[in-house]
Design a protein around this ligand. Structure first.
Ligand SMILES: O=C(O)CCC(=O)C(=O)O
Length: 287
């Protein structure tokens, strides 16, 4: 795993728990992100969960993406070295919504055997459980590390209530704090039961030389690897989410792979240290 953080204690804490919270230390950045949100939020989709990269046209998405990237770069530079920053998207939970974001892992974005990536979740107001704070399972980035997540490898979502409370960590954040989190950490968010919108900005970092890789199911025993450019994720968002890849994409490689569905029982087994005989045998052969 390539190190992304400048400071060893940040890197260690991130590797240990799968996430770290750090300050942005410049209120102006948050205010400018809020302005950008207000200029671009068309409210047209009617979704209670607004995802700017899903709910806008490409031109607006590119503007949002590029502006978020340049607004966030100054504080990213303070914490990270030798990285590539991918600008971002807004995720907003409109007021009085009962929708919880279930536990999930994010798409696998790089070849994790050689490269590193993480996402940053930047709230534009204080976030607490009542208005849609993030919850997560600490150290869960260490489970199922040989698994890929993508539109074709369904990320079987587990609800917060499925997992015993002692394993669930709520991450309330003050405006001006950022959650840096591994894609592999199981995370979700509370419903926004407040009467105000809850807005967050999400950006992504990889190590400098990491190509973006998309892992797509070719058949039950084979994964195909594609190398999209960042704009592909904006253009083909829906297609990828529905489990297809654009017809003009060409696979750069295929590998033997069998996907394991991770649901409530697999996750609880991992948390309680139970493994079945097949998992044990597999570990012996992949060690
Ligand atoms: O912003 C949220 O409520 C959750 C976002 C999230 O978990 C994601 O986009 O993967």
């Amino acid at each position: 795993m390539k190190k992304l953080f400048i400071r060893e204690e940040h890197q260690q804490s991130f590797e240990e728990k799968g996430y770290i919270v750090l300050p942005v230390s410049d209120d102006a950045i948050i205010s400018k992100l809020k302005e950008l949100f207000e200029q671009t939020d068309s409210q047209a989709s009617g979704h209670k969960l607004y995802v700017s990269s899903r709910d806008n046209n490409l031109e607006t998405n590119q503007r949002i993406n590029e502006s978020i990237r340049s607004l966030t770069e100054p504080f990213i530079q303070k914490y990270f070295k030798d990285y590539t920053l991918y600008g971002g998207t807004f995720v907003a939970k409109r007021s009085n919504s009962a929708d919880e974001f279930n536990f999930h892992q994010d798409y696998t974005m790089v070849d994790e055997r050689e490269h590193s990536t993480l996402f940053a979740w930047i709230p534009l107001q204080d976030t607490v459980p009542e208005n849609g704070a993030i919850f997560l399972i600490e150290k869960s980035h260490r489970f199922f590390t040989d698994q890929f997540i993508s539109g074709s490898y369904l990320n079987h979502q587990v609800t917060k209530n499925d997992i015993p409370e002692k394993y669930v960590t709520t991450v309330p954040l003050k405006k001006g704090e950022v959650l840096f989190c591994s894609d592999k950490v199981f995370h979700g968010s509370y419903p926004n039961r407040s009467d105000k919108i809850r807005i967050a900005t999400i950006i992504r970092l990889t190590d400098k030389d990491a190509p973006l890789i998309y892992f797509h199911k070719q058949d039950n025993h084979t994964v195909a690897l594609y190398q999209p450019n960042p704009t592909d994720y904006l253009v083909h968002f829906r297609e990828l989410a529905s489990g297809s890849v654009p017809p003009h994409w060409k696979a750069i490689e295929t590998r033997p792979y069998q996907h394991k569905k991770v649901g409530k029982s697999e996750l609880i087994d991992a948390l309680t240290g139970k493994t079945n005989i097949w998992q044990k045998i597999r570990r012996i052969f992949t060690a």
